[in-house]
Design a protein around this ligand. Structure first.
Ligand SMILES: Nc1nc2c(c(=O)[nH]1)N[C@H]1C(S)=C(S)[C@@H](COP(=O)(O)O)O[C@H]1N2
Ligand SMILES: [Mo]
Length: 299
C-alpha cells in the first residue's frame, strides 16, 4: 500500500483534551496574544483546536432544526446503535455492513483539520476516524466508478427538523472518486478521542477538509459508487448558490456574501476574523485534482 499521508498539523499523535485546554490556558496566561500583535485579518494559523463546547454546541444539522443550538438540543433523539452502512452500486462486494465489523477493520487516527462552513465561519476540530479510501477498498470499487454518493439516515420519528421541508430529505452528498480516495478524506467516528456526539454526525460522518462544511455529510447510512455526478442536497435546493465541488475558495464569492474572510468561532486566543485560505489551506494536497478546471464555473 502507498505510504500513509502524514498529518503535519499535529505535534504528536493523540494529545488528550486536558492537555489542549491546559496549553490554551498557559498561552493566555502568558499574554501571548499581546506579544504576537495580530495584524487585522492575517491568520494566526497555529491550529489550536476549538474547545469541545464550540464543536458540539454550535452545529449545522438541519434534520434537528436550523438553529445552531438545535442539534445539541435534539440530536440525542437519534438511535445510533445498531448501525449499518449499505455500500452499493459499482462495487465488487455490495451489501449492508455492520458498523462494528467495519470499525474492526479500519485504522482509526487523529486528524486535526480546519473546518470552514460556507456561511463564512470556521473552527479547528480534532477528529478521530479512518480514511474513506480504506472503506472503499474493502467494498472493491469497480473501474467504471467515477463518483461516490452519500446518504444520511432519515428517521422522521427521531428527527424533528425533517417535518419542515428546508431540504429534500434525506440529506445527500457526493464526491468525485479521486476526491473520495484522497488521503485527507476521512470518515469520522470521534472528536477529542471520544465517540462523536450525535449533533456532529454520530456514529459515522464524512469529513472533507478542503471543501465547505456542507459536503461533510453526517450520520451516513449509504455509500453508492456511480458513473455519473450524484445529486447533492444544497445544489438541489439552490443551484445558483451551491455547486457540486464547493471547494473553499476565497476568490469565488457566494452570491450573497464574500468568501474572502471567515469568522473564527469561539472566544479563544485568535477569535475574530481571518483571511480564508484557498482549499482551506490544503492546496498542496489537493490542488492537482482541479488542474485545468475553471473553479469559478465549477464552484
Ligand atoms: N445530514 C446532514 N449533514 C450535514 C448537515 C446537515 O444539515 N445534515 N450540515 C452540514 C453543514 S452546513 C456543516 S457546516 C457541517 C457542520 O458540522 P459540525 O456540526 O460537526 O460542525 O455539517 C454538514 N453536514
Ligand atoms: Mo455549513
Amino acid at each position: 500500500m502507498a505510504a500513509r499521508w502524514k498529518n503535519t498539523l499535529t505535534e504528536n499523535d493523540v494529545t488528550p483534551e486536558a492537555v489542549y485546554l491546559n496549553r490554551r490556558q498557559l498561552m493566555v496566561g502568558a499574554g501571548t496574544a499581546g506579544l504576537i500583535g495580530l495584524p487585522g485579518l492575517a491568520r494566526a494559523d497555529a491550529l489550536e483546536p476549538n474547545p469541545w463546547e464550540d464543536i458540539t454546541e454550535y452545529n449545522n444539522y438541519y434534520e434537528f432544526g436550523t438553529g445552531k443550538e438545535d442539534p445539541a438540543k435534539y440530536a440525542h433523539m437519534l438511535t445510533t446503535a445498531p448501525w449499518s452502512i449499505t455500500i452499493d452500486g459499482l462495487v465488487d462486494r455490495p451489501g449492508a455492513y455492520a458498523l462494528e465489523d467495519v470499525l474492526a477493520k479500519m485504522k482509526i487516527e487523529e486528524r486535526i483539520y480546519r473546518f470552514r462552513c460556507v456561511e463564512a465561519w470556521s473552527m479547528v476540530i480534532p477528529w478521530n476516524g479512518f480514511e474513506l479510501r480504506d472503506l472503499l477498498e474493502m467494498a472493491g470499487v469497480q473501474t467504471a466508478a467515477k463518483y461516490v454518493a452519500f446518504e444520511t439516515m432519515l428517521r422522521p420519528d427521531e428527527m424533528p427538523g425533517v417535518a419542515t421541508p428546508v431540504l429534500d430529505w434525506p440529506y445527500v452528498e457526493g464526491l468525485r472518486l479521486d476526491e473520495a480516495v484522497n488521503p485527507l478524506t476521512i470518515m469520522a467516528t470521534g472528536i477529542y478521542g471520544k465517540d462523536i456526539p450525535n449533533q456532529n454526525g454520530a456514529p459515522l460522518r464524512l469529513v472533507v477538509p478542503w471543501k465547505y462544511g456542507f459536503k461533510s455529510i453526517k450520520s451516513v447510512v449509504r455509500i453508492t459508487l456511480t458513473d455519473a455526478e450524484p445529486p447533492t442536497s444544497w445544489k438541489k435546493a439552490n443551484t445558483r448558490e451551491y455547486g457540486f465541488y464547493s471547494n473553499v475558495n476565497p476568490e469565488v464569492d457566494h452570491r450573497r456574501w464574500s468568501q474572502a474572510t471567515e469568522r473564527v468561532i469561539g472566544g479563544g486566543l485568535f477569535a475574530g476574523r481571518q483571511d480564508t485560505l484557498m482549499f482551506n489551506g490544503y492546496g498542496e494536497e489537493v490542488a492537482a485534482l482541479y488542474q485545468g478546471m475553471d473553479l469559478g464555473i465549477n464552484y
